[in-house]
Design a protein around this ligand. Structure first.
Ligand code: ADP
Ligand code: ZN
Length: 217
């Protein structure tokens, strides 16, 4: 069974690789970023509460995020595995996941950690365009869609995320190094950490991640 946490700085390629992993291994892709963006788009109370934090690149509170993820992981579709993307992002979230994971029988058994140098992350984020409908991710310089501005997967019009600007990106990267990077040590101690180089071609990275998933499934 694959109970996976996907980790890495913004722009490392988590979203891109999460898409095929979830499909090939038939496990739900649970992205806290996507869940928050859906809440914002729906204009719900949660959405309004978190809008300013997200757009500026800050982190949503641990309590709120943990409650949301615990509820989501408890659902039946996660009983044969799951792919968590963007959570945990802080030591408190990792501790909470460890505790409630045991409680609901959904303990993490594999961490896929994708790293990449800052210069590359900045470039990728600046050129990133995403599909608001299916979540597919493109890049105007390096991973162009077949038709400019249109999603290859579902045909919807691509957008640039509000937090994909230089200022918000800097905040996100700083938060990553301060709060999320220490989780590598945490998961190394848990014996589940697997490191990957996110600067190589997406197709090559897919191959090595697949080998890892095959060895652990
Ligand atoms: P990124 O491209 O930075 O990996 P995500 O789509 O994962 O972006 O997340 C977008 C934003 O949603 C984050 O910058 C943060 O504001 C919020 N967010 C997502 N996951 C979490 C989390 N686990 N804890 C707190 N905030 C989160
Ligand atoms: Zn799409």
């Amino acid at each position: 069974m694959l109970n996976i946490v996907l980790m890495g700085p913004p722009g490392a390629g988590k979203g891109t690789h999460a898409m095929w992993m979830a499909k090939d291994y038939a496990i739900p892709h649970i992205s806290t970023g996507d869940m928050f963006r859906e809440a914002m788009a729906s204009g719900s109370e949660l959405g309004n509460q978190i809008k300013d934090i997200i757009n500026s690149g800050g982190l949503v509170s641990d309590d709120l995020t943990c409650a949301l993820v615990k509820e989501r992981l408890s659902r039946k579709d996660c009983e044969n595995g799951y792919l968590l993307d963007g959570f945990p992002r802080t030591p408190a979230q990792a501790e909470a996941l460890k505790t409630f994971g045991k409680e609901i029988n959904r303990e993490v058994n594999l961490v896929i950690n994708i790293g990449a140098p800052d210069e590359l992350l900045i470039q990728r984020i600046a050129g990133r365009r995403v599909c608001p409908k299916c979540g597919a991710s493109f890049n105007v310089n390096t991973m162009k869609p077949k038709v400019e501005g249109i999603c290859d997967v579902c045909g919807a019009e691509l957008i640039q995320r509000k937090d994909d600007n230089e200022e918000s990106f800097k905040v996100r990267l700083t938060n990553y190094y301060k709060s999320t990077a220490p989780l590598m040590e945490f998961y190394k101690n848990e014996g589940v950490l697997n490191d990957f180089d996110g600067s190589i071609e997406a197709t090559d990275l897919k191959k090595v991640i697949t080998d890892c998933l095959e060895a652990h499934k």
